[in-house]
Design a binder for this molecule. Structure first.
Ligand code: ADP
Length: 359
């Protein structure tokens, strides 16, 4: 039996807006789950229904196999860390972390031991006597996390916890959150719109769009086996390249390129004759040499971006545009025509109508 079960969860707000549709998932103890998707896709709403801060309009939420829809936040044994880490400004770090336990009337010695242990996990031991205003943004966020993890709860919910930090702090804090998860082993559900955070932190990612779950899988599965164009385009930076075309004589054409789809699709290519198809490949899946078992494509170089470890090359062939990621040591020249290879096995094909993956 899974630890948390979401069965056909729906949220319809009082104004009639249907924010979450039939969300289904089983979550195991100790998993780090990330909900990712663009702003407004229903991530926070789902998290708040799990927390008990928002009613579930339809469907069933189970904790350890027991229906928990009607349970209050406390009964659910859940702690939540929000975007704005509201700390008590007049209290020291120690008192902020201890706050929940103090309220519960826990014995002082036990509080002291627990706060010290939590501070050690979070690297806050030297800051326990400070007030929040004498801490950096990252340290404050760690105090907020400390306040949540000191309570022995079953699940941690985090809603965009890093969004108030600058880019560098976010990267540091991200690895710290991964470390904290490793030490505590706590089941965690984390909401973000940032695919890099999702990829680096998650055991499993839930990709959402317009209130619907698009795909649930490990970072590897989402990257290499996306189920549709949305997931394929959302995960990965620069994003996957998509070329739309109608299949004619088993080929799709753009610019000077005629690509034989049978090379990828085999005998199935006949089923797609006359239909719209999306030919797709990741920016890094190419080489600038001519390879065997690969599509050869010609295109014009419009722009290059030197990133140090790689170069992003923006290319165009008739109306189609794509980005290639190449070796920094052989950067193509601007306005030149280049030829590159995309191995057949690295090409994704999507149905032009449903946008679902074909292979
Ligand atoms: P996300 O966390 O993915 O950015 P939210 O879960 O916050 O998205 O919101 C999902 C959708 O529900 C959005 O379109 C938002 O405007 C809408 N929404 C959120 N809260 C309410 C509310 N109280 N009443 C009506 N609509 C809401």
């Amino acid at each position: 039996m899974s630890y948390l079960t979401l069965k056909n969860i729906n949220k319809i707000y009082p104004n009639g807006y249907h924010a979450v549709h039939n969300f289904c998932m089983e979550i195991e103890k100790g998993e780090f789950i990330v909900f990712v998707g663009p702003s407004g896709c229903g991530k926070s709403t789902t998290l708040r229904m799990i927390a008990g801060l928002e009613d579930i309009s339809n469907g069933e939420f189970l904790i350890d196999g027991k229906r928990a829809n009607e349970w209050g936040p406390r009964e659910r044994q859940i702690a939540m860390v929000f975007q704005s880490y509201a700390l008590y400004p007049q209290m020291t770090v120690f008192d902020n972390i201890a706050f929940g336990l103090t309220l519960q009337g826990v014995d002082e010695e036990i509080i002291e031991e627990k706060v010290k242990n939590t501070a050690r996990i979070l690297g806050l031991t030297d800051y326990l006597d400070r007030l929040p205003r004498a801490l950096s943004g990252g340290q404050r966020q760690r105090v907020a996390i400390g306040r949540a993890i000191i309570r022995k709860v079953g699940v941690f919910l985090m809603d965009e916890p890093l969004s108030n930090l600058d880019a560098k702090q976010r990267v540091t804090m991200r690895s710290e959150i991964a470390q904290i998860h490793r030490e505590t082993g706590a089941t965690t559900i984390y909401v973000t719109h940032d695919q890099t955070e999702a990829m680096t932190l998650a055991d499993r990612i839930v990709v959402m769009k317009d209130g619907y779950v698009q795909q649930i899988g490990t970072p590897y599965e989402l990257y290499y086996k996306p189920v549709n164009v949305f997931v394929a385009g959302f995960i990965g930076e620069p994003p996957m390249n998509f070329i739309r075309g109608v299949v004619k004589n088993g080929n799709i054409s753009f610019g000077n390129n005629t690509l034989e789809l049978g090379k990828r699709l085999g005998a199935k290519v006949g089923e797609y004759e006359g239909k719209e198809i999306i030919f797709a490949f990741r920016p890094e899946a190419i080489t600038l040499e001519s390879e065997a078992d690969a599509y050869q494509v010609e295109a014009l170089v419009e722009l290059t971006e030197m990133l140090g470890d790689s170069v992003n090359v923006y290319i165009t062939a008739e109306d189609e545009k794509a980005i290639l990621k190449t070796d920094p040591h052989d950067m193509p020249e601007l306005d030149s025509i280049i030829s590159f290879s995309i191995p057949y096995k690295d090409v994704y094909l999507f149905d032009g109508e449903t946008e679902n993956v074909i292979l």
